[in-house]
Design a protein around this ligand. Structure first.
Ligand SMILES: [Zn+2]
Length: 434
């Protein structure tokens, strides 16, 4: 991804740098050639004249952005992004509805939308075929616009588990979406396939979900400890990380004991789960707005009361676990399962509002989870996630104060600029698309 060349001064706004401290009220951020060279009070910032001193072209190559009292934030990080999910209502919408060619185009559109929503980076939570790996390549090559990505490709689940829904008589398996395994030998083989695909995060299904109440509900296990351990051993040998869809308490424990690098959802955490999580500072991505949206809008889409009740139990458990992890100083990421009809792409920032207005986090806590922690989960803390000297100029410039009203992050039409490496990619200051 190409950086901007030249100097940009962003001024006349408050700075929320992503570290969780109080905002700097009258701040300036300066970027040069795609990297942040100053971030702090305007009073101590170098001036445009000082910056252009010694440059033959004078001050003409210094771009100035006046925020008119708005806010400078780090670009947001969506920590559980399904680029290939698109308006999903029924199970087949996830795997067999469209051919891979069309799903690839949908994924590119979803990635562009995420960037327009202020998300300058995203970690995949699994994708159809190996689309996210190639989507990342296209984004990194500036062929299509989107968040800087960490990829997962196909997910791993035990035979008969949550993600194994196509009946055997159809003889279509789960090709494209999931690698189904029976035992540690097949678990290793699946990871080795993903190694060849070029993914970074192995996504697994240690447990079921409220969406499948009959045989794989949220208290059911979908992989054995031996399978999970084999996944971790093989993945770590090849330098990959492992995460998993973890709702049931026993599944969370298995994942943490097997050496997982992150936990998705972490719904029903007991004291032992908390100890195991905090011992290794394993990040957790609760993805709770999905549950809320399922409860609110499920009936419109024919969801049964049993499924909705399961989502309510999941939401209550997940919110309680998220509050415990925050209180204990653990690492939480924001993101979650957007791409369903009741939870479509583009609604990502509803996760942030939901954590403030329903779960009880402060806006500043939520923003730290959505920026600094997101970059940590991506394994790119050195480059992304906070507005600090030396980091990439991945920034979100908005009018107003998200600490007073977090919901302003939901309205991308008001954004001043979404910036990656100093390049304005979206928002009012972006060049209109040809
Ligand atoms: Zn997911």
């Amino acid at each position: 991804m190409k950086n901007h060349s030249g100097t940009t001064i962003i001024r006349n706004g408050q700075l929320i740098d992503g570290n969780g401290g109080a905002p700097v009220p009258s701040a300036t951020v300066i970027c040069k050639d795609g990297f942040i060279t100053y971030a702090g009070p305007t009073a101590s910032a170098p001036t445009a004249a000082e910056l252009s001193n010694g440059q033959s072209k004078g001050s003409a190559d210094v771009r100035i952005i006046d925020l008119q009292g708005g806010t400078i934030l780090p670009g947001l990080v969506e920590a559980h992004f399904h680029s290939t999910y698109f308006n999903v209502i029924a199970l087949e919408d996830l795997d067999t509805k469209y051919p891979v060619e069309y799903v690839t185009l949908l994924a590119a559109a979803n990635a562009r939308l995420a960037l327009e929503c202020g998300y300058t980076a995203a970690r995949s939570g699994g994708s159809l075929f190996n689309i996210d790996v190639w989507l990342k390549k296209a984004i990194e090559s500036d062929i299509t616009a989107g968040p800087r990505m960490a990829t997962s490709g196909r997910e791993i689940c035990g035979v008969g588990g949550l993600m194994d829904w196509n009946p055997d008589f159809r003889k279509i398996g789960m090709e494209g979406l999931v690698l189904l395994i029976n035992g540690p030998v097949e678990a290793r083989a699946a990871v080795r396939k993903l190694v060849k695909d070029g993914i970074e995060w192995v996504k697994t299904y240690p447990t079921g979900d409220a969406a499948a109440p009959d045989t794989n509900d949220h208290h059911t296990l979908c992989m054995t400890f031996e399978e999970m351990h084999a996944v971790v051993e093989t993945a770590h040998n090849h330098g990959l990380k492992v995460t998993g869809h973890c709702r049931a308490t026993e599944g969370i424990k298995n994942a943490l004991k097997a050496g997982y690098d992150a936990i998705e959802h972490g719904t029903f955490m007991d004291d032992e789960c908390m100890d195991l999580l905090l011992q290794r500072d394993v990040p957790c991505v609760p993805a709770l707005y999905f549950e809320y949206a399922s409860i609110q809008r499920g009936p419109e889409f024919g969801m049964s009361q049993q499924v909705i009740d399961g989502h309510q139990e999941t939401l209550d458990g997940g919110a309680e676990s998220a509050r415990r992890i925050l209180k204990a100083g653990g690492c939480l990421g924001m993101g979650g399962d957007y791409g369903f009809a009741w939870n479509p792409h583009g609604d990502y920032a509803r996760e942030l509002s939901f954590f403030v207005n329903y779960v009880g986090f402060t806006p500043l806590e939520v923003l730290t989870c959505a920026t600094k922690n997101g970059a940590k989960i991506l394994g790119r803390s050195q480059e992304l996630g906070t507005v600090e000297v030396g980091k990439l100029a991945d920034l979100l410039l908005i009018p107003g104060d998200p600490l007073a009203d977090i919901r302003i992050l939901e309205d991308r039409s008001q954004f001043i600029a979404v910036i990656q490496g100093g390049v304005i990619k979206a928002g009012k200051l972006a060049a209109p698309a040809a």
